[in-house]
Write a protein that binds this ligand. Structure first.
Ligand code: RRO
Length: 311
């Protein structure tokens, strides 16, 4: 069975990777992803120019239908990930470097550092972190999104994608796609967590996590429909040259299949990776192949973006 994909001249032997942020803050975690059966790529924790400890207190909780997090961008700083990247030689599994500046100036400075470096992988600009107090998600500010991309593409020539927040109105799908289509993006990754949910522990009548009074990004099964809608809505609107990484709600091989059917080229796994560790990729890969076998498919191209509608 052929699970290969390609983005911006990079070839992937398998179409699964981690969702940025999960199991990818340290080189040890990244190496475990690289070595895991079933991953076709890996991505680093979103970096800021300097290391950050992130938010204080309990900041991630598993839930019956997924997860809630308010990590607050804990990371080792851009130079740590650039250093890992510049010693990275696994041609079989391309490396994505994720960056998430707290300001436009920080994002442009990091892109300039990456441009000047010997880095040869793909870069993901995270426009959708929901958890830094006082910092709105850039992806919900269409003019700010247009402005950062306009400035970035004046000098940045390496393969660049963006990580988007979920959108909930078809008019917003139209607006964000029109902006993204104006730039030579390699891909979009949709969705980040569903920002600023709130869950309650019924035993104690308290919120589930400490930062921001309990508000945090939702992931896992409860966001699957939102992820499918965003992947499909964007795939319908984006230039064919812009590939799509589908992220959100993957617990089974059928969930991977559904994101591909909706138009995803690669599929990323967050909450399930947090819960099961890197062995999740081997399970998802074999479940996807089993689902394809049931349909007599040997290639993902036979069903990618072939979602059927009624009537
Ligand atoms: O670190 C986080 O709190 C975080 C980030 Br940067 C993000 O993009 N998405 C998320 O759910 N958490």
């Amino acid at each position: 069975t052929n699970l290969t994909a390609s983005i911006a001249g990079f070839h992937f032997q398998d179409l699964l990777l981690n969702a940025a942020g999960v199991h990818c803050e340290t080189t040890e975690e990244l190496e475990a992803l690289r070595k895991a059966t079933g991953t076709g790529a890996l991505i680093t924790k979103s970096a800021t120019p300097k290391p950050r400890p992130g938010n204080s207190g309990l900041r991630y909780q598993d839930l019956p239908l997924g997860s809630i997090n308010s990590m607050g961008l804990p990371n080792q700083g851009l130079s740590y990930y650039l250093d890992y990247a510049n010693h990275y030689h696994d041609q079989q599994k391309p490396l994505f470097l994720s960056i998430a500046g707290l300001t436009q100036a920080d994002n442009l400075a990091m892109l300039a550092d990456i441009q000047a470096s010997e880095f040869t992988g793909l870069v993901e600009l995270n426009l959708s972190c929901p958890n830094v107090p006082g910092k709105p998600q850039t992806g919900y500010d269409f003019e700010a999104t247009r402005q950062i991309l306009t400035k970035a593409f004046t000098f940045f020539t390496k393969p660049l994608g963006v990580k988007l927040p979920p959108y909930f109105d078809l008019a917003h799908f139209d607006q964000i796609a029109a902006i993204l289509n104006a730039f030579p993006l390699a891909y979009v990754n949709s969705i980040n967590s569903v920002g600023n949910g709130l869950m309650i522990d019924s035993k104690t009548d308290t919120v589930m996590i400490a930062p921001k009074g309990g508000f945090g990004g939702l992931g896992g099964a409860m966001v699957k429909a939102t992820a499918l809608a965003n992947v499909h809505g964007l795939r319908q609107r984006l230039n064919p040259t812009i590939k799509v990484i589908g992220t959100g709600g993957v617990q089974s091989g059928r969930d991977v299949y559904d994101l591909i059917l909706a138009g995803a080229d690669l599929v990323a796994v967050g909450t399930s990776l947090h819960q099961e560790g890197p062995a999740v990729f081997q399970r998802l890969r074999s479940e996807l192949i089993a689902e394809m076998d049931r349909k007599n498919y040997t290639e993902v191209d036979q069903f990618r973006n072939r979602l059927q509608t009624l009537n």
